[in-house]
Design a protein around this ligand. Structure first.
Ligand code: APR
Ligand code: ZN
Length: 232
């Protein structure tokens, strides 16, 4: 292993070959749904049933999907590197975990958890979410929401992420369009302290000019090849 500390950021593109939709590709999720209606606190306040139905469908798809060769390759890399590898994902699916990845930082939350909008308690949640569901901690009824980060809300683990980027030797973005901040800014944060940067994506991202190297192709092909290069 010739590299020091590696920070990886994944996006919807790494789960595309597992059958989960991306957001901004042709036919992507945001071409089918209005973000404001289904992925903002205002949308949830206006029509909680619509928001729950939107995430029920994504939860069902995510939990029925299987990790692909890219997820497995990153789990292999973590086994070889231990805590010198930090994996940050924008994805709310748990395909990294399903591939055996042990330490996954979900900066946009997870679809397999519910959060009480009143007391904030978080519990595992595999099925549909309804207005009748009760919080196990504060007994509020109909106040459960998916434990995901909506537009206008603060992403999770940003301090830990900043610390990891500050001491990364290599930053790698996989399957993300670089369209949404703060995630799209991570490459600049890594560069400013001297990290090398690598983009593995189906097409060039909005921040592709900030990467030392961009490799274009499907993640299930690029990621195992890259991991094999690193682990020999
Ligand atoms: N292999 C590699 N990359 C792929 C593949 C694939 N098989 N298929 C698609 N891609 C790339 C696309 O070219 C695109 O650049 O994945 C990227 C997906 O971009 P988006 O759909 O914008 O997804 P993402 O970058 O994860 O979105 C970031 O935006 O809507 C919010 O919270 C949501 O976490 C999401 C965030
Ligand atoms: Zn509660």
């Amino acid at each position: 292993m010739k590299s020091g500390r590696i920070v990886i950021l994944t996006g919807a593109g790494i789960s595309a070959e597992s059958g989960l939709g991306t957001f901004r590709d042709v036919g992507g999720i945001w071409t089918q749904y209005d973000v404001a209606e289904v992925a903002t606190p205002e949308g949830f306040a206006r029509d909680p049933a619509l928001v729950r139905r939107f995430y029920d469908a994504r939860r069902e798809n995510a939990l029925a999907a299987s990790p692909n060769a890219a997820h497995h390759a990153l789990a292999r890399l973590e086994a070889a590197m231990g805590d010198r590898l930090t994996l940050i994902t924008q994805n709310i699916d748990t395909l990294h975990e399903a591939a055996g990845h042990r330490r996954v930082w979900h900066m946009h939350g997870r679809i397999d958890r519910a959060r009480c909008a009143d007391c904030g308690s978080v519990t595992p949640w595999a099925g549909p979410m309804t207005a009748e569901d009760t919080c196990g901690d504060c007994n509020a009824v109909g106040r459960l929401r998916p434990d995901v980060v909506w537009f206008g809300e603060m992403p999770m683990m940003l301090e830990d992420i900043a610390d990891a980027l500050a001491c990364a030797d290599l930053f790698v973005a996989i399957g993300t369009s670089g369209a949404v901040y703060p995630a799209a800014g991570f490459v600049a944060d890594a560069r400013v302290q001297g990290a090398k940067t690598l983009e593995l994506n189906l097409e060039r991202s909005d921040v592709t000019s900030l990467f030392d190297e961009t490799r274009l192709g499907p993640a299930s092909d690029l990621v195992p090849r890259w991991v094999d290069e690193l682990t020999g």
